[in-house]
Structures are given as structure tokens and as C-alpha cells.
Design a protein around this ligand. Structure first.
Ligand code: MV4
Length: 381
């Protein structure tokens, strides 16, 4: 209705709740309004984790060893677990973002994990289908940025390392990944670009992997631009939103794979309206706001003096992105920019980043998906 009233021909969904809603995209398609993003069909395929994994596998993307599709009962679960070896993880088909997962370290724990995962999936998603995978114990979260023109051409824009998460919420993201070699990047990047080209994917997409001992294992694909896309924009010098609009309007990508050369290193930290150490949401009035600036500093935020953060949404209020010639320079810029940034009147995650920057593991890039939660718990109790 808003499009009909205003005469808008296209909608850019941002990265919020409309960006991966196939029903919404279908409604736009049915009414001849352009969705600046992938087709409803591609969103649907990737929204179902089993179909996504099957599709990825059939397109040549490496996946985590596990069941072929849904696991109907405990007997099948036992057989699959025996085949792939313990520990295993049971995941909800309709899940994602970490909801509805249970780990079983050994066969004695399988029955309880299986039943709990099923019950939780049913309660949370109204769908009790689950599948089983080998549980990777200390991986990194590495995601590959892909971009398709909808006409069978696609490129990749390397990886982001988003391992630093708390309760499946990313807090610190960087590109390139501190442990990904140019060879590994080219190899997995080519696989991902070819895969999305084969399905004539249109727009921005992110293929998420767990990375352990030099191997990539597909877990999910996000059919949207992501919060952390600015680190990729920084190192490649491209505007991903511009490309989204171009391909939605039928234009080709403005770059080829060979044009995409990494320049330096970028880091994003998420400034949330949250009170440490509990991370409790902290909405309220901003009495004073001052953004950092200078070369290699990008502050994405809509804050201003006197703005009141409402309590109804998630707590992300700003993203600080820094870019340097190499990782040490990016870290130095981050430290300086964080000390310039002023958000008064509410509590934020700014002090968390000052503390993180003092850690040797952060300085050297030595972290897995478990590092942050372990560190946060280090002197509790
Ligand atoms: C896993 C895993 C270990 N092994 N799958 C969590 C969210 C969802 N996207 C996938 N997740 C995981 N899947 C296997 N086979 C560990 C996690 C996981 C995780 C992944 C990425 C970033 C942070 C994480 C924190 C806990 C668990």
C-alpha cells in the first residue's frame, strides 16, 4: 500500500526483519514492485536449513558431515552419530542464529539431546524437524561475501571473521580474516561465487562457514546485506548498497572478480545501548554525542544530541568501522577512534572494546567462536 500511495518502484529492506521475508518479497513480486535483494524463491530455499545445506552441497560447497536431511527418530540419530563420530550437534531445521541446538558428547547423552532439541524446536518454531552434524569444537566463524547480477554472473568479496560473539550476537568483526591465506580465500571464494552464479542469484549474499584446521564447513546462507558489510566495503573500496540498487535495476555489476583487490584491513565494533557486565538493554536519552573522524574512520549511526533511544528495538545504536594499511594500524585507529567517541546519558558497549583491545589474543587475532564468552566469564564467581 505504501508503494501504491507514494509511487515507489522499489524497496530496499535494509538488513532488518523485511530483508529475508519471502512472503513480503512474494507480495512485491506479485505487484510488480522491485525488491532490492534476491528472489522470494532464493530466500525460501536458504531459510530452511536442511534445504539450504542440500543446495549448498549440490553446488559444490563443503558442508559439515552429518545426516542427509531430517532425522525422524532416535534410532536414525544413533546410526548417523555412530557414522560421523561424537561429539555431535542436533539442530532445528527451522532454526538459525543459534536457537534450537543441542550437543551430545557421547551416545549416552544422545537421547536427551535429541528429545530436548525436538521439543524446543516445536515450541520455538512450530516445526520439530531436526538434523545432526559433527560438532566442531573450536572453530572460527568465517563468512564469504558474494554478489550476483541475477544473470548467471557472480563474484566474491573475500571473508569476514565474525568469531567474537556473545549469545550468537556479533560484537567485533574484521576483514580479511586474521588466519585466512590468500590461497584459501581464492579457493573458497571461487567455490562460493560459482555456486551462486549457477543459481542466477541476484544481489548480496553471505555464505557462513565454520573454519577449523584449515577446512571450511558450510552452516547457513544469509540472503541479505549484513550488519558487518562495511568492513568488506572498506577493504575492497566498493559500495555494496550501490551495487544492490544497480543489479535490481538490471545493470551489471560495476566490477569484475579481477577488479576486486584487498587493500589493508578493516574492523567493525558494534556500539550497543547496553549496560555492562550484564549487557542489559539501556535505552534512554542521549545527552551528548560526539562521533570520531579522520582518515580510515567511519561511524555509521543516526544518533544526535537529545535523541531518545526507544526500548522497542534491538540495542544496536552505532557501528564504528576503522580501516588501516594493515591489522596493527586498524587496531591503533580503533583505539584512537573509541577514545574520541562520546555517547553520554546511557550505558554502551564502548568500555568492552577498550578492554578487548588490551588483550593479547585480540591483538594477535588468536580467537575462536568461544573466546569472548570464556573471557567474559573469566573472573565471574
Ligand atoms: C555449529 C557449531 C559447532 N559444530 N555446528 C551457532 C549458530 C548457528 N549459525 C550455527 N552455530 C554453531 N553451529 C557444528 N556442526 C557451533 C556453533 C556455534 C557458533 C557458531 C558461530 C558463531 C558462534 C557460535 C557460538 C556457539 C556455537
Amino acid at each position: 500500500s505504501a508503494c501504491e500511495i507514494t509511487g515507489a518502484q522499489a524497496i530496499h529492506p535494509g538488513y532488518g526483519f523485511l530483508s529475508e521475508n519471502a512472503t513480503f518479497v512474494q507480495a512485491l513480486e506479485d505487484h510488480g514492485i522491485t525488491f532490492i535483494g534476491p528472489t522470494a524463491e532464493h530466500i525460501r530455499i536458504m531459510g530452511d536449513k536442511i534445504t539450504a545445506k542440500e543446495t549448498a552441497k549440490s553446488l559444490g560447497i563443503p558442508v559439515v558431515p552429518g545426516s542427509d536431511g531430517g532425522v525422524p527418530d532416535l534410532a536414525v540419530a544413533k546410526r548417523v552419530a555412530l557414522e560421523i563420530g561424537y561429539p555431535v550437534i542436533i539442530k532445528a531445521t527451522a532454526g538459525g542464529g543459534g536457537r534450537g541446538m543441542k550437543v551430545a558428547a557421547e551416545e549416552a547423552a544422545l537421547e536427551s539431546a535429541f528429545r530436548t532439541a525436538r521439543a524446543e524446536a516445536k515450541a520455538a518454531f512450530g516445526n520439530d524437524e531436526v538434523y545432526i552434524e559433527k560438532y566442531l569444537q573450536r572453530p572460527r566463524h568465517i563468512e564469504i561475501q558474494v554478489f550476483g547480477d541475477g544473470k548467471g554472473h557472480a563474484v566474491h568479496l573475500g571473508e569476514r571473521d565474525c568469531s567474537l560473539q556473545r549469545r550468537h550476537q556479533k560484537v567485533f568483526e574484521e576483514a580479511p580474516g586474521p588466519v585466512i591465506s590468500p590461497q584459501k580465500r581464492a579457493e573458497i571464494g571461487r567455490i562460493c561465487a560459482e555456486a551462486v552464479a549457477k543459481i542466477s542469484y541476484i544481489g548480496a549474499g553471505t555464505i557462513e562457514f565454520l573454519y577449523e584446521d584449515g577446512e571450511f564447513y558450510f552452516i547457513e546462507m544469509n540472503t541479505r546485506l549484513q550488519v558487518e558489510h562495511p568492513v568488506t566495503e572498506a577493504i575492497f573500496g566498493v559500495d555494496l548498497v550501490r551495487e544492490q540498487i544497480r543489479v535490481a535495476d538490471g545493470y551489471p555489476l560495476s566490477f569484475t572478480q579481477d577488479d576486486l583487490v584487498i587493500n589493508g584491513h578493516a574492523i567493525e565494533v558494534r556500539i550497543n545501548a547496553e549496560r555492562l557486565p550484564t549487557f542489559a538493554p539501556c535505552p534512554g536519552k542521549i545527552t551528548h554525542y560526539h562521533a570520531p573522524g579522520g582518515l580510515g574512520v567511519r561511524m555509521d549511526s543516526a544518533l544526535y544530541d537529545g535523541y531518545t533511544i526507544p526500548p522497542y528495538y534491538d540495542s544496536l545504536i552505532g557501528k564504528l568501522i576503522v580501516h588501516g594499511r594493515d591489522r596493527p594500524e586498524a587496531l591503533m585507529r580503533l583505539k584512537r577512534a573509541l577514545s574520541e567517541l562520546i555517547v553520554d546519558g546511557i550505558d554502551t558497549t564502548i568500555p568492552l572494546f577498550h578492554a578487548l583491545l588490551a588483550e593479547e589474543d585480540i591483538q594477535t587475532g588468536n580467537y575462536s567462536i568461544h573466546w569472548l564468552e570464556k573471557w567474559l566469564a573469566r573472573d565471574a564467581g
